[in-house]
Design a protein around this ligand. Structure first.
Ligand SMILES: NC(=O)c1ccc[n+]([C@@H]2O[C@H](COP(=O)([O-])OP(=O)(O)OC[C@H]3O[C@@H](n4cnc5c(N)ncnc54)[C@H](OP(=O)(O)O)[C@@H]3O)[C@@H](O)[C@H]2O)c1
Length: 221
């Protein structure tokens, strides 16, 4: 049995990760700020009260997981506040940077002691964090935060190699969740997580630090 810890598990892609991993028979620690009826009914271990930007709540979780091995740490929690140039809100940019980039780095650091040779870290970034792929501009805070998260992933892949920990930098596709206003143009969370779990399954120290679409395509920086 493999142990997975997932952030932002109460809805959307995080909830679907929990659902599919539970179905596969894995040990799931679902963290969230507040649980949901959908998460509660999965029968996985739920740790609520975990705001990834709060050092105190991360320390509390760390204490609860003392001695517990984490084989796969899935950093899924994120926010999107679409700031345009005409509607620039520096506080929103900083907020997105804190949630989407800085907190996943700090969380990885906090749980390094729970990981061992062969453990994996999966960072949920976005294609909107690709500079080369940016053909539409805008979304300053979100794009900046996800570029930064890609950089976090690349550096972690180098720094954690000697510990035997591999890092995946993942784009889920355009997914119909609350974040995207449940767009009818998106794939379902189920389709997305199917692909994402394939990427995580195939993650090794050799391909660590790659930026992947859930469909297996390697994305440009
Ligand atoms: N959907 C897409 O098309 C798409 C595309 C590219 C990348 N992504 C990325 O995929 C990830 C999941 O997205 P989603 O579509 O499932 O979004 P979502 O439905 O909006 O869910 C976001 C999750 O993040 C949690 N979260 C936000 N801030 C948090 C914090 N400070 N501490 C702990 N949890 C926090 C939310 O919890 P609350 O319920 O407490 O707010 C929620 O569980 C995100 O990182 C997102 O950027 C999504």
């Amino acid at each position: 049995m493999t142990n997975y810890l997932i952030t932002g598990s109460n809805r959307g892609i995080g909830l679907e990760y929990c659902r599919q991993l539970k179905k596969r028979g894995h040990d799931v620690i679902a963290t969230c700020r507040d649980s949901s009826p959908e998460l509660d009914q999965l029968g996985v271990r739920v740790e609520s009260g975990v705001d990834i930007t709060s050092g105190a709540s991360v320390v509390k979780l760390k204490e609860k997981l003392e001695g517990k091995c984490i084989d796969v740490l899935i950093q899924n929690a994120g926010i999107a506040e679409f700031n345009s140039l005409s509607n620039l809100d520096p506080e929103s940019v900083i907020r997105q940077f804190e949630v989407n980039a800085l907190s996943p780095l700090c969380l990885t650091h906090a749980f390094l002691g729970n990981m061992r040779m062969g453990s994996k870290v999966a960072l949920m970034t976005s294609r909107m964090g690709s500079i080369e792929d940016n053909a539409s501009g805008g979304s300053y805070g979100y794009r900046m935060s996800k570029v930064a998260l890609c950089m976090v992933g690349k550096s972690l892949s180098i720094d954690l190699k000697s510990r035997g920990i591999a890092v995946a930098i993942l784009h889920p596709g355009l997914v119909s969740t609350r974040m995207t206003g449940f767009t009818p143009n998106g794939i379902t969370p189920e389709q997305s997580v199917n692909g994402l779990l394939s990427r995580i399954d195939l993650l090794t120290l050799e391909n660590s630090g790659t930026f992947w679409h859930s469909n297996g395509e390697i994305l440009p920086w």
